[in-house]
Design a protein around this ligand. Sequence first.
Ligand code: C2E
Ligand code: MG
Ligand code: MG
Length: 365
Amino acid sequence: DCVRESGTVSRFGGDEFVVLVEGLSADAAQASDEVALVTSTIATTLGKPYVLGELSHHSTPSIGIAMFGQQLFTVDELLKHADLAMYQAKADGRNTQRFFNPDMQAAASSRAALEADLRRGLQEEELVLFYQPIVDGNGRLQGAEGLVRWRHPRKGLVSPDEFIPIAEQTGMILPLGQWVLKAACAQLVVWSRSASTRDLFLSVNVSVRQFRQPDFVERVLGALDASGANPERLKIELTESLLMVDVEDVIARMEHLRRYGVGFSLDDFGTGYSSLSYLKRLPIDQLKIDQGFVRHLQTDSNDAAIVRTILALAQSLDLNVVAEGVETTGQLDFLKRHGCRSFQGYLFGRPMPAEMLERALRPVL
Ligand code: C2E
Ligand code: MG
Ligand code: MG
């Protein structure tokens, strides 16, 4: 009903449908408008509620559009274009429509190349764990956060922002995360041998997908056991996004690990959807204030208010707080004044190789 007489509608498989719209204007811009009209009619029609028995159901169709005419494409190419555009629509929040453009193709190709490269890098042991100091109000080292880097043979040191998202999408975060756990445990064992490092804790970032794998708890315990690292020195950093589904299961897993002494920290706090009632029930011992709030602490009164509120909240829930991204003494003073006791940021040190952190601790003779 949504397309004209000349339109062809087909079911492509599963929940995918292809609509071929013909007889559009020869003018490209006008043709696009005509198609957009057809697709929004389709979206509105499909988006109406479906009453099945007692319940009303909703559908949120994502539509990708590939235009063709002057230029010749094979059928496969055209479908690929429509597919890429549809995935873009999904990525942009679903229930929306996107036109294919060549940038999507370029992005998809470079993603695929990066994925293959990362798979290789992981195998060739090109990943390294850096350590960023976490200090108390007097600048004394309390522990460190392990942050992964990729020592790429050609590109040099690659930041996690460039490959963690891809690793998440492709599932490579699982072997990668396991590698990080193993490296962190090995480092804890090294630290346990010296009086100056014995009491340090080490935080590792664990992504949602990694935490949700069925045997996550066993994997952590396995890594601790195999290395002989002290579980009480290990902290796991999780983000609020983990709390979107099945919180009971999340809590059960955390409690299981906690029985062995493993600690938990809520990373980037304040940027996600925090439910305060969950916060009360979560077996965490630490919140990390996101660096986004710390950055403009002294110039943005909203950020300052949020930071003060987080600190007050943490205090009443008996949680320790680490302020992330502390770069200036002004920020540090403000944070201290409002009750913050732990700090991480360039003011105290960037993420660095373990040897550098240890060298800084060695007493000068
Ligand atoms: P994050 O866990 O919130 O880590 C803090 C990030 O802030 C780090 O970036 C750190 O270098 C940066 N940072 C620390 N102090 C300052 C400062 O004073 N100023 C500024 N501008 N930045 C500061 P990095 O190392 O690039 O890591 C980025 C993110 O990548 C991490 O955010 C974390 O979400 C993710 N990531 C890193 N390593 C791992 C890992 O092993 N596993 C997983 N799943 N994610 C990781
Ligand atoms: Mg972190
Ligand atoms: Mg953070």
